[in-house]
Design a protein around this ligand. Structure first.
Ligand code: GLN
Length: 310
């Protein structure tokens, strides 16, 4: 790093980036997310062994939304291995919005392009092993608990229900994929699990730790015990680079160059390989569903501390 990263500098950077919250709007297609305060911006940076610095309203909780797709991909890869997972879901980025149905029809045979778009993530969630929705969700949560060293983390019932009641597009993606043999079983049960996984509730500290584990080859942030196999942590980071910011991933790679995953709650998780884990929350989104101020904050962090992997 070029200069030392301290709380004072981080606070200044948050104040600077906060101006950009005015350029975005909160997601309201999931009604419960529409209640978020668009002016909030906070960040935590985890540097290993309990060393964390933060700025902004860092006690605030939010839901993982699409960031959960990285966690469920890890679970599915640990459950089934690469060959099976990637026989159902591709590895290629897309220039289409995260909830697009278009390529499902134009690709023959039908296969979601990657696990970071909704179709791909729904197909991945459909693979998670367990007898019941609770058991499957419990396995996803267990991994989150291990990665964050925080066993209290659970999902927000209100946000999950709000999404389940209004997930008409995701329902159609599921039915389309069921018709084409990409997903199996009862669609409502899959949506029930998916909306709960998206509603897993964390704060910036937890998110920074999740990012740290992925950055540091899948090892526990305190004990260094291997939680996720090295080759799977590498796959997760690669998807974060190529597909993590939806159809802004190319521009983000050039401007920021940090493997990252965003969610429509306004959260962004960053993983600097063999370096820091970053957790950002700023619910005002651009038209592609990424936190406007969050991206600006990551951009200034990356340029100030020379964090781009390229
Ligand atoms: N739960 C959200 C959805 O399926 C997640 C999307 C996102 O964060 N981009 O629409």
């Amino acid at each position: 790093m070029k200069q030392s990263l301290d709380v004072e500098t981080l606070n200044t950077m948050v104040v600077e980036a906060k101006k950009y919250t005015k350029e975005g709007v909160v997601a309201d297609y999931i009604p419960a997310l529409g209640e978020a305060n668009p002016e909030t911006l906070s960040i935590a940076i985890y540097r290993g062994k309990g060393d964390c610095i933060a700025a902004g309203n860092i006690r605030e909780k939010f839901t993982l939304q699409s960031i959960s797709k990285v966690i469920t991909l890890a679970v599915a890869l640990m459950d089934h291995g690469e060959e099976y997972v990637f026989s159902k879901v591709g590895m290629e980025p897309t220039g289409d919005p995260f909830n697009s149905i278009a390529k499902l029809e134009s690709n023959v045979p039908s296969k979601p392009l990657n696990p970071m778009i909704n179709a791909g993530a729904l197909a991945v969630t459909n693979m998670i092993i367990g007898e019941t929705i609770d058991e499957k969700l419990g396995r996803i949560l267990s991994l989150v608990h291990e990665m964050t060293c925080n066993p209290e983390i659970t999902y927000c019932e209100r946000v999950a229900k709000s999404e389940l009641d209004t997930a008409f597009l995701n329902r159609s993606l599921c039915y389309f994929m069921k018709q084409h043999g990409v997903v199996k079983g009862v669609v409502e049960e899959l949506l029930n699990l998916y909306t709960k996984q998206c509603a897993i509730q964390v704060d910036c500290y937890d998110l920074a730790k999740l990012g740290y584990v992925i950055a540091n080859d899948g090892k526990n942030p305190n004990t260094e015990r291997q939680i996720i196999p090295l080759h799977i942590a590498r796959i997760l980071k690669t998807f974060m680079v190529t597909c993590g910011m939806y159809n802004s991933s190319g521009e983000f790679a050039i401007k920021v160059g940090i493997p990252a995953k965003s969610g429509v709650s306004g959260a962004i998780m960053g993983s600097v390989p063999h370096g820091i884990g970053v957790g950002i929350y700023g619910p005002a989104l651009d038209d592609r569903g990424n936190s406007v101020a969050g991206m600006k904050l990551l951009e200034s962090l990356s340029s100030r501390y020379d964090l781009s992997i390229f």
